[in-house]
Design a binder for this molecule. Structure first.
Ligand SMILES: *Cc1c(COP(=O)(O)O)cnc(C)c1O
Length: 223
């Protein structure tokens, strides 16, 4: 496994997807999802040029954070978070991508000592197995979170079903983008909704085509 070569290949594909979508490559932030590897391999990616690190589990997040925090990185917790673990991790997190319940938001509000950039996770496909709010719940959620001082809603995060085809991916990501724009247009303080966290190794092209500003790439870096 050559991390440097994989990095170059992934970045070239992302640049091509941006070109295709008539976007600049700077408009897409690439989060390296390092859950498959240990800190020394993650460090190789950092040396290759990665600035954003993502982990989906608290223990692995803390492990990478302890080893790599001195590298000036941006830290993303991308997976669902249990309420009882919030206090262990939340103040190390720059972006939390999986805000999926009001009770979790309340716990973050209570434990955070700084403002946490959060994405509301939205379940567009309606798959039972997926976390996230249904689109029709979002207005209510936002209403409830307006008084929270430590939560800044930067945007929406969504995940596509594993078996979605290209057309379905397009429709799903377009829908997320449309909802996010509607929320941004409300101009609520601390809720800019300018960011879209969507796209993984298998579907980042469609995500970028539909406005993703953060892609979460794991396996493509480590094959
Ligand atoms: C693992 C993971 C990713 C990365 O998936 P790949 O297919 O390996 O690129 C992205 N987002 C979340 C929430 C993940 O858990």
């Amino acid at each position: 496994m050559s991390i440097k070569r994989n990095y170059d290949e992934v970045m070239a594909s992302i640049e091509e997807a941006c070109h295709h979508a008539h976007r600049t490559k700077d408009s897409v932030n690439v989060i390296a999802v390092t859950k498959y590897v240990d800190s020394s391999i993650a460090k190789e990616l950092v040396d290759a040029g990665i600035h954003h690190i993502g982990e989906n589990r608290v223990d692995k997040f803390l492990d990478k954070y302890k080893s790599l925090q001195d590298n000036g990185l941006v830290w993303h917790l991308i997976g669902s978070l249990q309420r009882r673990k919030v206090k262990d991790v939340i103040n190390y997190v720059d972006y939390f991508h999986a805000l999926d319940s009001l009770s979790l938001a309340a716990e973050i509000e209570k434990r955070a000592t700084k403002t946490i950039n959060c994405f509301l996770q939205v379940n567009i496909s309606g798959e039972e197995s997926k976390h996230g709010f249904a689109p029709e719940e979002l207005d209510d959620v936002i209403e409830n979170l307006q008084s929270f001082e430590h939560i800044r809603l930067v945007g929406l995060m969504t995940m596509a079903p594993i078996d979605a085809n290209a057309e379905e991916l397009d429709a799903l990501f377009a829908k997320a983008s449309e909802i996010c724009q509607t929320l941004a247009a409300k101009h609520i303080p601390n809720m800019p909704f300018t960011e879209l966290s969507m796209g993984m190794s298998g579907d980042f092209e469609q995500a970028i085509q539909n406005g993703a500003t953060f892609v979460r790439i794991g396996s493509a870096f480590f094959r």
